[in-house]
Design a protein around this ligand. Structure first.
Ligand SMILES: C[S@@+](CC[C@H](N)C(=O)[O-])C[C@H]1O[C@@H](n2cnc3c(N)ncnc32)[C@H](O)[C@@H]1O
Length: 252
């Protein structure tokens, strides 16, 4: 069986400069300010960063005194995250595991999955498995936040092709909406020094109603929808689809 695109270490390693440029790291403190408000948590609380990548948000939460577990499948990203934590003397746990299997019953006050890291699997049952495992992993009253490119936003801003310059290279992005608007196929091409690198990948796209329904079916009780991490409405100007789902009732 050939590996799925998200299981290819080469992809995450080679395209890391595109995915995580300096400006994206610089956004993490403000994003964590917003996350703490959306999740309703304070320092001392335990948080799960599901698909933590090189640790942009995990490290920032640890700096603020949260108890943090970051989970990701990609060893090189975890190595980088662990190295940065060591340099700063931060205590947090990074676990190499697939998001479909990670589960720690009743352990977290908040969990988050950021920057379009949900919907990678061909079978929607795998997305449900992830949501069910997170539901089990949260304490009662705990909150799960997912941040993806919502279907309504993609429909509004869709472009088949884009290109831009990046550190002396040219980056081309091609997109195709497939499977009756439930999936998006992407082709990235990076041209540098006369050589082209290319990668194809796809993921499921959710509308606000579809993602809310999935989380409801997986046991979450109160579900709210926002248009960014700062809590803007999910309307015609929304930039992201942010769904915030709570397990049971909040314990005060
Ligand atoms: C777009 S990056 C987001 C990283 C991080 N959340 C951030 O905002 O910087 C997606 C991440 O998902 C991870 N990933 C992909 N498939 C996964 C899987 N099946 N289980 C766990 N992690 C996975 C990748 O290794 C990558 O770090």
């Amino acid at each position: 069986m050939p590996k799925s695109w998200y299981e290819q270490d080469d992809f995450w390693e080679k395209w890391a400069p595109i995915l995580f440029p300096e400006e994206r790291w610089e956004k993490a403190p403000e994003e964590v300010d917003n996350l703490t408000s959306r999740l309703g948590i304070s320092p001392g609380a335990s948080v799960l960063d599901l698909c933590c990548g090189p640790g942009r948000h995990s490290l920032e939460f640890a700096r603020r005194g949260f108890s943090v577990v970051g989970v990701d499948r990609t060893e090189t990203y975890l190595k980088k995250a662990r190295g940065l934590a060591k340099t700063e003397g931060l205590k947090l746990e990074f676990v190499q595991e697939d998001m479909r299997t990670f589960c720690r019953a009743d352990s977290f006050d908040g969990a988050f999955n950021l920057f379009t890291s949900f919907g990678f699997f061909e079978d929607i049952k795998d997305d449900e498995l992830v949501a069910k495992n997170i539901h089990r992993s949260l304490k009662s009253g705990g909150v799960f936040l997912i941040d993806v490119a919502g279907k309504e936003i993609l429909a509004r801003m869709f472009r088949e092709r884009d290109w831009y310059e990046l550190d002396g290279a040219i980056m081309l992005e091609e997109r195709r909406v497939t499977r009756h608007w439930s999936w998006i196929d992407n082709r990235w091409i990076l041209v540098k020094d006369g050589k082209a690198d290319e990668f194809e990948f796809g993921f499921r796209i959710y509308s606000a109603a579809e993602l809310s329904a999935l989380l409801g079916d997986c046991g979450f009780e109160t579900i709210e929808v926002y248009g960014d991490l700062a809590g803007a409405p999910y309307d015609h100007e929304a930039k992201r689809l942010v769904v915030v789902a709570q397990k049971g009732k909040k314990v005060v």
